[in-house]
Design a protein. Structure first.
Length: 276
């Protein structure tokens, strides 16, 4: 098993947490992972462990998520997270790396790649594009409106299982266990800043026109992964993405919804390894 190290680093006035899977050989290429909305870097544990046979894997807790500091309530926009990523890459002195972003992390990766950073070698975007399907928007709104404070970890696990019956139970259990923190009232909730649920912060996401401009500016080989049953990324928009981006291919993972790494981890792993 590859050694994994939990690190803390000061970037742009915040303390960031990340996980570093140090591979053998030591000169392996770097792979940076960005989680989705309300997620955290530990959600990549199983995937990173496998990928660390070939890569140094770096999984970042983005601002307001996981074990990274909370930011001011109005500083959760996509471009703030892009600036964080730029600072992270600079601080770790990454000369070249591949970047993989899921959902919200995918929007950050799109905006970052659109700036044509010289260090970026390859790009993987998972089930997101500048345009989000209306069903996905409704799903996000419903999720944000619903309480995610639980009496026990078991209650959180049951909610996760009831909401998505596709992943094996142990995948749900491991993800939920790594995601929870205690509240001041002794209950349990997910480890992210509740300011992220504010509709004003939802409007700080990458704009549609701005996002497509970034996609058209890509200058690295790109893989777009779509869950076959995704409610966020329609097949029509996925095809548009591939037609606009330079050197982009699409892989649909059968039987998966939006959270492809959770729903179909083997199919996700196969798609990424084949591309990278």
């Amino acid at each position: 098993m590859t050694e994994v190290i939990d690190e803390l680093i000061e970037l742009r006035g915040l303390r960031f947490h990340y996980r570093d899977w140090a591979p053998q050989p030591a000169n392996a290429h770097d792979l940076v992972l960005l989680h989705g909305y309300t997620g955290h870097c530990r959600s990549w544990n199983a995937f990173a462990e496998v990928m660390s046979n070939q890569y140094r894997v770096l999984a970042l807790d983005q601002r307001g998520h996981g074990e990274t500091s909370w930011a001011p309530a109005d500083r959760y926009g996509t471009l703030e997270m892009v600036a964080d990523l730029e600072a992270f890459v600079s601080a770790l002195q990454l000369e070249t790396f591949a970047l993989l972003g899921l959902s919200m992390g995918g929007l950050v990766a799109i905006a970052f790649a659109g700036k044509q950073p010289v260090q970026l070698e390859r790009l993987v975007i998972v089930d997101i594009a500048p345009e989000i399907a209306s069903a996905g928007i409704r799903n996000i709104q419903q999720s944000v409106a619903r309480s995610d404070v639980f009496d026990s970890p078991e209650d959180a696990f049951r909610r996760a299982r009831d909401d998505n019956g596709v992943p094996p139970e142990h995948h749900h259990y491991n993800r939920v266990r790594a995601s929870l923190m205690r509240t001041d009232q002794g209950k349990w909730t997910y480890r992210y800043d509740r300011a992220l649920r504010d509709p004003k912060n939802q409007r700080l996401r990458l704009g549609v026109e701005e996002g497509w401009h970034s996609v058209a500016s890509f200058n690295v080989p790109t893989l777009l992964i779509r869950g076959e049953n995704s409610h966020l990324l329609s097949r029509e928009v996925a095809d548009k993405f591939v037609s606009i981006a330079n050197d982009c291919r699409l892989v649909e993972v059968p039987g998966s919804g939006h959270p492809v790494p959770l729903d179909k981890p083997d199919g996700f792993l196969d798609a990424v390894r084949t591309f990278l």
